[in-house]
Design a protein around this ligand. Structure first.
Ligand SMILES: NC(=O)c1ccc[n+]([C@@H]2O[C@H](COP(=O)([O-])OP(=O)(O)OC[C@H]3O[C@@H](n4cnc5c(N)ncnc54)[C@H](OP(=O)(O)O)[C@@H]3O)[C@@H](O)[C@H]2O)c1
Length: 319
């Protein structure tokens, strides 16, 4: 069985979680780390036992030993770094948000398809058994006809001009950082809405810090979404139908408890989880490469593009 040699671009906060997730996936090895700071790359490589580290990204993408690269730089750099990987025919898994807008993403997916190189958005929740469980419950009408969903994600973050969350240059904002999760869940579970309403509170620099979004569907389904850097929200997804409710409990975007509530009571329907949650996207990427696939059927390019189109639409409504 092949061992997949991973490289990481951008060894920051989330890259640590990813490297820990990698340790629990069979046939996965962290082989090299690249950073704009060779010291940061060295420290990260030492911590996780990676044999190579680089102070430039080009050295990583030109290393013939690397099978697949995970991009964990700030949002503004995803397009540039994914493009660098693709131009060197390196399979690539890129953190969310995939890019800053739809035109950038279309360029990447076009290159990937032309070159037949694997490319996937690392929207970790999509790969979790929790999302598959909830989708199955809805499709089998376990709660009847869905009439309402409330999905939120928010926490109070002290303002800091240096933080990537509040920086226009680094692609900050609540929608791209956390609001993307409820939007993806709504699109994945219910498809495209008929109408959207959205409101944003923005900083003086134009960064959205408090977002409310309503998706209206046919058959009287309303999905209410909140994302905030100014309020501590429950971070839950509550889906209500004519015959019950599905409750994805606090920190629903992580491996979470799931309850199915119907006339007979409350049932814990949480799936079995393994690893730290990042292992699912890693295993999926390796499965795709092992099977010569250029995209994932769980997170296909078409879904990433759909999601990005909706993020663009929401910003346009609120501009
Ligand atoms: N999936 C998840 O659960 C999850 C959670 C949090 C974040 N994320 C995503 O992961 C990405 C990174 O987030 P993070 O919190 O890990 O970020 P971070 O620690 O602040 O930075 C990650 C890397 O980005 C580069 N970087 C940071 N600040 C920069 C600046 N001012 N100018 C240029 N490059 C800069 C650095 O790369 P070098 O070391 O190469 O210089 C740094 O190591 C974001 O796209 C975010 O949306 C995902």
């Amino acid at each position: 069985m092949t061992t997949y040699r991973w490289g990481i671009i951008g060894p920051g906060k989330i890259a640590h979680k990813f490297a820990q997730g990698l340790q629990s996936v069979p046939h996965a090895e962290l082989h090299a780390v690249a950073s704009s700071s060779v010291e940061r790359a060295r420290a990260f490589a030492n911590e996780y036992g990676a044999p190579h580290f680089y102070g430039s990204y080009v050295e990583l993408v030109t290393n013939p030993e690397i099978d697949i690269i995970y991009i964990a730089t700030t949002n503004n750099l995803h397009y540039e770094h994914a493009r660098l990987c693709l131009e060197h025919s390196k399979a690539c898994v890129c953190e969310k948000p995939f890019t800053l807008n739809t035109p950038q993403l279309l360029e990447l997916t076009t290159i990937a398809q032309r070159q037949q190189t694997f490319l996937m958005e690392a929207l970790w929740t999509m790969f979790m058994p929790s999302v598959a469980t909830v989708k199955h419950l809805i499709e089998t009408r376990a709660i009847g006809q869905v009439t309402h969903a409330h999905i939120d994600f928010g926490f109070e973050v002290p303002y800091s001009a240096e933080s990537r969350l509040f920086s226009p240059e680094l692609g900050g904002g609540a929608l791209l950082d956390i609001g993307l999760y409820p939007v993806f869940l709504a699109l994945h579970l219910f498809g495209e809405p008929q109408t959207i309403q959205a409101h944003m509170h923005k900083t003086e620099l134009g960064i959205d810090v408090d977002d409310t979004i309503d998706f209206e569907y046919a058959q009287s389904l309303n999905v209410h979404i909140e994302a905030s850097f100014t309020r501590n929200l429950p971070c839950e997804a509550i889906i209500t139908g004519t015959h019950g409710q599905i409750h994805m409990h606090r920190m629903w975007h992580c491996p979470c408890k799931i309850s199915h509530i119907n006339s007979e009571g409350t049932h814990d329907v949480s799936p079995q989880y393994s690893g730290n949650g990042y292992n699912y996207e890693i295993a999926e990427a390796q499965y795709c490469i092992a099977n010569n696939l250029t995209q994932s059927s769980i997170m296909p390019h078409s879904f990433s593009i759909l999601l990005m189109r909706y993020l663009d639409k929401i910003y346009t409504i609120c501009s």
